[in-house]
Design a protein around this ligand. Structure first.
Ligand code: BGC
Ligand code: CA
Length: 344
């Protein structure tokens, strides 16, 4: 009798041990996730912050039992370089790719090689055309709606113009403005400008466009361009709408460089809520910005990447757009310490 009990106990023990070890083997098999990240340029402030955020997100998932590794490459603005980097990432064993294209109209090499090797691709921030995304069911896009960011920037400007009559400095009833634009052909450049300007007009603000500059998202280029514009128009400019924070900060740099007194500064608006952008909103040099939710985008990418790499059968949407939020001096500090978006 005692022997019998002992025997069955041993059998149960062996059975449980066997089951556990099978499960362990299974988890290590399906949980091995090697993410290859390729982004267009290491000198882009928003992308650097976003990729850092994505890395943190993936690191935090290691605690949840995922075996994740990540390899990052940046392409210095060359699509050819990026195509080669993607090949290297696949050769190195990446089983999912996150790609921020250099040329968003030219993803075909990347799609072909990914397809050949059955490696899913999550494009982010620089949106390929729909036709390309539809080429294969393992292609995704994570980003945000450009129009919404422009509308919000316009609304922030309307609110300040309507409550502060010092902005129309020459008191002609019109707001003389300059736009600083991102790269031509980028979905966030032209659409942000158009929707910000339309929002101001639709809200009854009379506008007069003084000039514009294409500064390719860059603070230094925006400063140079703005120095030229100021030299021509002096203190006529009352509003600067920039397609991103770095260019708004570059415009402020230009006024400082030319030793303008702050009372002759126009009001400046950006988009992104980068660390430097939020700091400038808090010290009131930047009147407002629109938060480009890198934490939300990173969480969405992590979720898709894990599912795609572990060949989870769940059918995910091919497109994920995270909403923007308006940022003023009243709420900027909430965004500065924004925690990572939780994974579910
Ligand atoms: C951001 C810019 C960034 C660009 C790069 C935009 O969504 O607002 O700051 O330079 O993406 O693709
Ligand atoms: Ca005016």
């Amino acid at each position: 009798m005692v022997k019998k009990i002992w025997m069955s106990g041993a059998i149960i023990f062996i059975g449980v041990w066997f089951l556990c070890s099978c499960e362990r083997q299974n988890t290590t098999l399906t949980n091995k996730i090697h993410v290859g990240v390729a982004y267009y340029n290491q000198s882009d402030t928003f992308l650097n912050e976003m990729v850092a955020c994505f890395r943190e997100k993936l690191d935090s998932l290691k605690d949840k039992g995922y075996d994740i590794t990540m390899t990052i490459r940046s392409a210095s603005g060359s699509q050819r370089t990026q195509d080669d980097q993607v090949k290297e990432l696949i050769d190195a064993g990446c089983n999912v790719l996150c790609v921020n294209l250099v040329d968003r109209t030219d993803p075909s090499e990347i799609i072909d090689i990914a397809k050949e090797n059955d490696v899913p691709v999550i494009f982010f921030n620089r949106e390929p055309v729909e036709e390309d995304i539809m080429q294969w069911d393992k292609l995704y896009y994570v980003g945000a709606d450009a129009r919404q960011s422009g509308v919000m920037q316009g609304e922030l400007a309307v609110a300040i113009i309507k409550t502060n009559n010092m902005i129309d400095r020459n008191k002609d009833g019109k707001i003389q403005y300059v736009v600083l634009e991102g790269e031509q052909g980028h979905q966030d450049a032209i659409i942000r400008t158009e929707s910000a300007v339309d929002t101001l007009k639709n809200n009854g603000v009379e506008l007069e466009k003084i000039s514009y500059g294409i500064a390719n998202w860059s603070r230094a280029q925006a400063q140079n361009r703005m120095v030229q514009i100021i030299s021509k128009y002096q203190n006529k400019i009352e509003l600067v709408l920039a397609n991103n924070d770095d260019m708004a900060l570059g415009a402020i740099d230009a006024y400082k460089k030319l030793n303008f007194t702050e009372t002759d500064f126009p009001v400046f608006f950006g988009i992104d809520g980068t660390d430097a952008g939020l700091a400038a909103v808090l010290d009131k040099t930047l009147s407002g910005t629109v938060y480009n939710d890198k934490e939300g985008q990173a969480a969405a990418m992590a979720k898709l990447a894990i599912r795609a790499a572990s060949k989870d059968e769940t059918k995910d949407d091919k497109y994920v757009y995270l909403p923007y939020s308006k940022v003023t001096v009243d709420n900027a500090s909430d965004f500065l310490d924004k925690p990572n978006t939780s994974y579910n």
